[in-house]
Design a protein around this ligand. Structure first.
Ligand code: ADP
Ligand code: MG
Length: 416
């Protein structure tokens, strides 16, 4: 058993060190080759005792497959060995851990990162499918990262993969339910295309931090997949909550973020009925966002215009420092420009310039009252600049939304 008291198995040529992970039927260790280069590898140890006949077959398939293929986005199997108790797969070590941990540590991945990962995953799958191999157990735990910095994806754990022609139909239930295609979950016939479903689920999890059909039971999962209810985004749920709580600026920002997702969804939806439903939602979010924007803008103006004695004091104390004076002057110009409410891009530029100066001066400023005031002023200016940036982004999202709403309704696409 792979419990805490369980010592790693011994191999003549390797020194096994930390445990990297435990999966369905194996424990994976980091290891060093004793001789020569002290090459770092990952060794997947499968206890023969834990294997029934089906698992032996799965493992042999894995070895067979991995031995013959070489691809930049597929974990390399360097070698394999066995002794009386274990079978060992000696693999390329992936220092970045698995995608599941990678997503959890960051909560969600930026679209830019998710896009590159998807490209790499697609590249590996294309290669596999060209060789008539289906993975059948695609999930974040089985996708590894080459390194913590600038990671490359590496597809791993071919325990379930089978040589199969793309249209072969299998009847066995394999893989992990959360990532499984409906035809698999419902125990009907399926084929190589199930991997594509899993890719969709993985992409969703990368962007939203949890799989689209997160469920606590098999029945709940099946019910969720079968229902044709649109997958509600957390963003909208959060936005409505903040709105009800009266936090207008948080709600506004969440609505705008949600719009960023709904606008492409509206664009790509090919089913006329669903497109109409999304269009109605987008319209609703836009008008609420506009109301909120009016609210937020007027309250923020009040805040700006209020007298600021601390700012006056700081100016007074800066009189003998021409550089500080000039930087504060620039900051006032930015605030004045913001009050005018004209060219946001220019205003932002001015804020950023003055902040650059002020931060340099802060670094050289000795401790004392002036430093405290300067510090506070910098924080105010930073949040002004952030707010302005958000405003610009929101305007962009809103105009994108309006453009999308103006698009004519296309009829349902048919493929043939
Ligand atoms: P199982 O078939 O038991 O699911 P996996 O091959 O998926 O085994 O490995 C289990 C876990 O071990 C993975 O989710 C990953 O966290 C870790 N792991 C597996 N292979 C490597 C590797 N080559 N480099 C780094 N970590 C690995
Ligand atoms: Mg696994």
């Amino acid at each position: 058993m792979a419990g805490s008291g369980w010592a790693p198995p011994r191999l003549d040529e390797f020194i096994l060190t930390e445990r990297l992970g435990t999966g369905t039927y194996a424990t994976v260790y980091k290891a060093y080759r004793k001789r020569d280069t002290r090459e770092v590898v990952a060794i997947k140890c499968v206890s023969k005792r834990s294997l029934n006949r089906a698992s032996v077959e799965n493992l042999l398939t894995e070895i067979e497959i991995l031995k013959t293929i070489r691809h930049p986005h597929i974990v390399e199997l360097k070698d394999f060995q066995w002794d009386s108790d274990h079978i060992y797969l000696i693999m390329e070590f992936c220092a970045g851990g698995d995608l599941s941990r990678f997503i959890r540590m960051r909560r969600i991945l930026p679209e830019k990162v998710a896009r590159v990962f998807l490209q790499q995953l697609a590249c590996a799958l294309k290669f596999l499918h060209d060789h008539n191999i289906s993975h059948l157990d695609l999930k974040p735990q089985n996708i590894l990262l080459s390194a913590p910095e600038h990671p490359q994806l590496k597809l791993a754990d071919f325990g379930f993969a089978q040589y199969m022609s793309p249209w072969d139909e299998k009847h066995v239930l394999r893989g992990s339910p959360l990532y499984m295609a409906p035809e698999m979950v419902c125990r009907q016939q399926y084929d190589a295309r199930v991997d594509l479903w899993s890719v969709g689920v993985i992409l969703y999890e990368a962007l939203f931090g949890r799989p689209p059909f997160a469920s606590r039971s098999f029945t709940e999962l099946e019910e969720k997949i079968r229902s044709d209810r649109a997958v509600e985004t957390d963003l909208v749920v959060e936005a409505v909550k903040k709105d009800q709580e009266g936090d207008a600026s948080a709600a506004l920002s969440l609505y705008c973020k949600a719009l960023e997702y709904f606008v492409p969804a509206l664009h790509y939806e090919s089913d006329a009925r669903r497109k109409e439903a999304i269009r109605a939602k987008v319209g609703q979010y836009i008008s609420r966002a506009e109301e909120l924007k009016a609210l937020v803008t007027s309250s923020s103006k009040n805040l700006l215009q209020r007298e600021n004695p601390a700012r006056e004091l700081l100016r007074e104390m800066a009189k003998d420092k021409p550089r500080l004076c000039a930087a504060l002057e620039m900051a006032s110009a930015a605030i004045a420009k913001e009050e005018e409410g004209k060219d946001d891009a220019d205003t932002l530029e001015l804020y950023q310039q003055s902040l650059g100066e002020l931060l340099l001066l802060l670094a050289a400023e000795p401790a004392g009252r002036r430093r405290e005031l300067l510090h506070a002023e910098i924080q105010t200016l930073m949040s002004r600049a952030e707010y302005l940036k958000e405003q610009m982004k929101m305007r962009e999202a809103q105009s994108m939304g309006k453009e999308a709403l103006a698009e004519p309704v296309r009829s349902t696409c048919t493929l043939q």
